[in-house]
Design a protein around this ligand. Structure first.
Ligand code: ASP
Ligand code: MG
Length: 410
């Protein structure tokens, strides 16, 4: 007997038929003698619609009310899934985030889980009841409904798996695994059989939409074995050759670059002529962090005259309005603030970079050969990201995929 958390994403529960199909998979997992907790997303498109309603009223909305609205999508799926399981003779009930509870921080719109109490769920598991849990939802210390940020159901699932000490967390989705890059951009992209937590974390945070970054962070920290697999194939759980996310030492075949990510969810803000003196950066970034805006890539130029400098950084595209509003309110001294959202971030990721030099050089050479200008660069031990004009995003990804030998043989 194993404890398994099975998470179904939006397209896997897109309509009643898909929910019934997911319920069949859960039933078979139960019939194998496993204890199962199910985590569900909102039916595909629903969260976007709910976000749209909020935005239509105000772009600068009260995020507590935003959470109340957008958390509703998962509630519907959880109830429907419980019904579908009951119809199959399986004892099942739904649990809202606040009922478990999934305690979170007060950072509405992208709260973090602080604590989960699994006692009651474990007790019911012993009685062969399947818990159906809406992903994405939590409750704050102040007893308000919170959400975990877009894609947060993955994080709910992994956190639940950690709390239940589960043997595996299966993430069912509409693709059969994690690919070297988006197959819609590069048809020759390959499915990765095994990838390290670190690489997956980078790929996820860099815009590979298959998993929310935070979910991989928690999986790495709590040592939760994760698997990404398709709900559209007629097999279940461990039979399926999905993508396993494992510890680095379990990976045999080492590539210099394991994957390439492309994120269009970027916007760039440039401060022209800010004073080149201590405290300048904190005057810009403190108000942004107070407004809940996450800043990503940052470049500061050296000043030519020792007085004024330019600073460019990126924020999530959906946070641009909030960021510009915070900047205006802070009244930061500068000549001009410019912003643009026609940029894309292209990143190469691979554990192999740690022990091999020249990986970044190849990237810059490939882009220069294609005449693509790099606006901002940022690096970590296992990744290199560049910000480029969005227009060239696909060209860049294709060229890099070939250059690093990732194309599938035809
Ligand atoms: N429904 C939420 C979203 O679309 C959470 C999730 O599906 O992971 O972002
Ligand atoms: Mg998702």
């Amino acid at each position: 007997m194993a404890i398994i958390v099975a998470k179904f994403g939006g397209t896997s529960v897109a309509d009643v038929e898909r929910i019934e199909n997911a319920a069949d998979k859960i039933k078979r997992e139960v019939e194998r003698g496993n204890k199962v907790a199910v985590v569900v997303s909102a039916m595909s498109g629903v969260t976007n619609r709910l976000v749209g309603y909020c935005d239509a009223i105000s772009k600068l909305q009260d995020l507590r009310e935003y959470d109340t609205v957008v958390a509703a999508g998962e509630q519907i799926t959880a109830g429907l899934m419980a019904l579908a399981l009951q119809k199959r003779g399986i004892g099942a009930r739904s649990w809202m985030g606040w009922q478990i509870p999934f305690k979170t921080t007060e950072m509405h719109g992208k709260a973090r889980i602080t604590d989960i109490d699994p006692t009651e769920i474990l007790k019911r598991m012993e009685e062969d009841e399947v818990a159906v849990i809406p992903g994405f939802q939590g409750v704050t210390e102040r007893n308000r409904i919170s959400t975990l940020g877009r894609g947060g159901s993955d994080t709910s699932a992994v956190a639940m798996a950690a709390a239940l000490n589960a043997d595996r967390c299966d993430i069912y989705t509409d693709v059969d695994g994690v690919y070297t890059t988006d197959p819609r951009i590069v048809p020759k992209a390959r499915k990765i059989k095994k990838i390290s937590f670190e690489e997956m974390m980078e790929l996820a945070s860099l815009g590979a939409k298959v998993l929310q970054t935070r979910s991989v962070e928690i999986a790495a920290k709590k040592k939760v074995a994760m698997q990404v697999l398709s709900s559209f194939e007629d097999r279940i759980g461990s039979d399926l050759p999905g993508t396993l996310i494992v510890k680095e030492e379990k990976i045999m075949e080492e590539q210099l670059v394991s994957g390439i990510a492309c994120s269009r969810n970027e916007a760039k803000i440039t401060f022209i002529g800010v004073k080149d003196q201590p405290g300048a950066a904190s005057k810009i970034f403190t108000p942004l962090s107070e407004a809940g805006v996450s800043v990503d890539m940052i470049v500061q130029n050296i000043s030519h005259d020792g007085q004024l400098t330019d600073m460019t950084f990126t924020v999530g595209r959906s946070e641009l309005t909030r960021a510009l509003d915070a900047i205006e309110k802070a009244g930061i001294e500068c000549e001009e603030v410019r912003s643009a959202d026609n940029v894309a971030k292209i990143s190469i990721v691979g554990i192999g970079m740690i022990s091999n030099s020249g990986v970044a050089g190849t990237m810059f050479e490939v882009l220069s050969d294609k005449g693509i200008n790099i606006e901002v660069i940022s690096t970590s031990e296992i990744k290199v990201s560049v910000l480029i004009d969005e227009e060239y995003a696909e060209l860049a990804v294709r060229a890099l995929h070939t250059a690093y030998g990732l194309d599938a043989a035809v």
